[in-house]
Write a protein that binds this ligand. Sequence first.
Ligand SMILES: NC(=O)c1ccc[n+]([C@@H]2O[C@H](COP(=O)([O-])OP(=O)(O)OC[C@H]3O[C@@H](n4cnc5c(N)ncnc54)[C@H](OP(=O)(O)O)[C@@H]3O)[C@@H](O)[C@H]2O)c1
Length: 304
Amino acid sequence: MKQVTFGSTSLKVSSIVLGCMRMNSANDPVKVLQTAVDNGITFFDHADIYGQGECEEIFAKSLANTSIKREDLFIQSKCGIVPGKMYDFSKEHIIESVNGSLKRLQTEYLDSLLLHRPDALTDPEEVAAAFDELKTQGKVHHFGVSNHSPLQIKLLQSVVKQPLEANQLQFGLMHSGMIDEGFNVNRKKESLSQQNEGMLDFSRLENMTIQAWSPYQVSLIKEVFINNERFPEINQKLVELAETYHTTPTGLVSAWILRHPANMQVIAGTMSPRRIEEIAQASDIQLSRKDWYQLYLAAGNHLP
Ligand SMILES: NC(=O)c1ccc[n+]([C@@H]2O[C@H](COP(=O)([O-])OP(=O)(O)OC[C@H]3O[C@@H](n4cnc5c(N)ncnc54)[C@H](OP(=O)(O)O)[C@@H]3O)[C@@H](O)[C@H]2O)c1
């Protein structure tokens, strides 16, 4: 398993993360967890809202049914979304959410806590106060964000004492806006630059780990592009190159993300032990520059 450095820390973590958003749909969550760990995946991503808390509970129950030790895992959760109602980064909500996650996960601490989606009413002082309290109490070791722009991060970081170590973003062959932007500097592509604001370079300069969510999906989280006849060109290329690299199209999609030198993690949400193995094994593949570009183009992108 390829390891990456987590943010500005010296911690080495698995480049593949198991996303636990769909854990309440797993046929055998104990096997899912065990397969992940057996294949070197020791980083797990949660959120207070996944399955309305059920996913964190299932994870804890599954862990208790294995001999895997809590301290050998890196457990991350997220807070700040109040489903269907609003986003809430108030001190009270952040602390309450973490306490709920700790209880459901049956753990004393989170290795990492991310703010899930930007709250328009964010008061960085409140976030800072919440993080200070959680850090002092030993309830959260590291902090970060998700779906945040460079400026939103700068605003938070101007007050928050702890370094923001990670930004979880939708990224992959079918969500390559951060890459497209870099190719189109000085061209009339205003919508692109507004969307990404130099996110990729910012993350590298600030030593923030980009965690790529829903890497196999076309849309938000509901349509997979692999083996999908709506996307013949990319699938043809994936099948062709999978043979060259002795992997599967799924493995190759992860390897494409990890080939980027920005020290990213891939968050895979599959609950299939077979796919977990495929994805984990592909983490060590080093795509050639030519093949990386060929996949980018086959995904429907163009170079200027
Ligand atoms: N920060 C955010 O805003 C945000 C948003 C969404 C997700 N996330 C995180 O990202 C994680 C991954 O999200 P996701 O589950 O939407 O992403 P994903 O890994 O792209 O998709 C996994 C889903 O695709 C299915 N699938 C079908 N064919 C597949 C194939 N060939 N390869 C891989 N998967 C295939 C899987 O089914 P099987 O289980 O049957 O394999 C599973 O239902 C979540 O668990 C969560 O931790 C974060």
